[in-house]
Design a protein around this ligand. Sequence first.
Ligand code: KIV
Length: 280
Amino acid sequence: MKWLKLNADQIRKGQVPRMTIIDFQKRKASGLPISIVTSYDAWSARIIADSDVDCILVGDSAAMITHGYSSTIPADISMMVTHIAAVRRGAPDSLIIGDLPFLSVRMGLTEAVKNIGTLIRAGANAVKLEGADGNFELITHITQSGVPVMGHIGLTPQSINVLGGYKVQGRGEAAAAKLNEDARALEESGCFAIVLEAVPSELAKRISDALIIPVIGIGAGAGADGQVLVLQDLLGLNTQFTPKFVRKFLDGARLIRKALNRYHEEVIKKAFPLEEESYE
Ligand code: KIV
């Protein structure tokens, strides 16, 4: 598979298209893990598109990260449309997965299809849907209608009121068996991939091994077929709670604070702007 050895530079030069939905299963079969990162705006989407990261998730975590809410529940279709459209403008050639927000597919098939169409028209190539029970028929219907669907099980933040907190899922035999069963049913319904969130590594590996479609882990260990992280978490920009599974690949908040303080200092010292930074 030629894309295995290509980097973002080569992709930009037109040697291969950006990753497509079809590549997900090929990537799993090749053993090369898939990398996904979130974005909610055009500027960060542009940077991600210029990196080697495989694709972008416009997550409903936008409600927390960008809008400052304490959960993803306040996200709605109009919020997701704004973020998806911005990300598409920043990353015209990237594979973009748009999150279906809380209850947006639970008001009947017609309303669900309408909401899914709205996200696709805003610029998403695929949608992500939290939860399994009650979603199987819809997943089959929309995949047969031309919309690729990514499932999301384990810790599903939209169900936080049912789950009773942000806790590891799938502990104990019955809970593990239910996750296994849900994953298989999502694959059978037509999902092209599944996000598995906050699940013990050994269970995540077992589920990944049992499926043909890739399992994308977040807090699910190294045995998954790929990983997804929130951009602000991996860049160290989220100064609030950091879950155990997050690795900060940059101390972003400290670096930004340092730059802001330097700017402030130069302003008060009248060292900024210089003549060459001003118009004659
Ligand atoms: O909304 C989101 O960012 C997500 C990921 C954390 C998987 O669903």
